[in-house]
Design a protein around this ligand. Structure first.
Ligand code: MN3
Length: 204
C-alpha cells in the first residue's frame, strides 16, 4: 500500500532558528519524532485495512493508534510554518481580533504562556478560533488529540513535549514557550485566521 501520509519538508534550514532552537534539536524533532508519527499513522492505516470487522479489540487499538499518530503528524505540520527566525507582530483583522478577545497583547501573551507551561505531562498549548462564536481562545491539547473541540480551528500551536526543548532547556519549559511565542510567524497565523473566520457564518 502506498503511504497515505508523508513527512513535510521544513520551510527553513535546520539551523535557521538558532540559538533558541538549535539545529541538533530540530533535526531530532523533525527527522525522528515527527517522522515517527507519520510512520505510525501509516502503520495504523495499513492495520485498519487488514483487521476483521468482528475483531473489536484490535479495531479499537488501531483506531486509537491512528488518532494519536495522525494527531501528532498534523500538529507538527501546523507547528513548523509558524516559527520564524525573526520577530513579527500581528496586524490587520488578526490584531483587532486578538485585542477584542484578550484585552491586550500582553494579556494574550501571558495567557498563552501560562496554559502552555501548565500542560500536564505531554501536549501542546494552542491558539484556537471558535467558529461557533467567532472568537479566539487559548487551549491545552493533551498528548496530540485530547481536549480538542469540534468545529474549532487551530491557528497556532506550541509543542511542549520534552523532546521539543529538553536538549537545550532541560526542565525549563517556560524559556522554550517564551522563545516560540516571540518567534511566531504572524503572517502565517494571519492566513489561517482569515480562512477560519470565513467559516464562521456557516456554523452560527
Ligand atoms: Mn514534538
Amino acid at each position: 500500500m502506498t503511504d497515505r501520509y508523508t513527512l513535510p519538508k521544513l520551510p527553513y534550514a535546520y539551523d535557521a532558528l538558532e540559538p533558541w532552537c538549535p539545529a541538533e534539536t530540530l533535526h531530532l524533532h523533525h527527522g525522528k519524532h515527527h517522522a515517527a508519527y507519520v510512520a505510525g499513522a501509516n502503520e495504523a492505516t495499513s492495520a485498519l485495512a487488514a483487521i476483521e470487522p468482528t475483531n473489536a479489540y484490535e479495531l479499537a487499538g488501531a483506531q486509537a493508534s491512528l488518532t494519536f499518530n495522525l494527531g501528532g503528524h498534523v500538529l507538527h505540520s501546523l507547528f513548523w510554518p509558524t516559527l520564524a527566525s525573526s520577530k513579527t507582530s500581528p496586524s490587520g483583522q488578526l490584531a483587532t481580533r486578538l485585542i477584542a478577545d484578550f484585552g491586550t497583547k500582553a494579556r494574550f501573551h501571558d495567557l498563552l504562556t501560562a496554559v502552555s507551561v501548565g500542560v500536564h505531562g505531554s501536549g501542546w498549548g494552542a491558539l484556537m478560533y471558535d467558529t461557533v462564536s467567532g472568537t479566539m481562545r487559548i487551549a491545552e491539547i493533551r498528548d496530540h488529540q485530547y481536549d480538542l473541540v469540534a468545529l474549532t480551528e487551530v491557528l497556532a500551536v506550541i509543542d511542549v513535549w520534552e523532546h521539543a526543548y529538553y536538549l537545550t532547556n532541560h526542565n525549563d519549559r517556560a524559556t522554550w514557550v517564551t522563545a516560540v511565542i516571540d518567534h511566531f510567524d504572524w503572517a502565517v497565523i494571519g492566513e489561517r485566521y482569515d480562512l477560519a473566520s470565513g467559516k464562521s457564518a456557516s456554523t452560527e
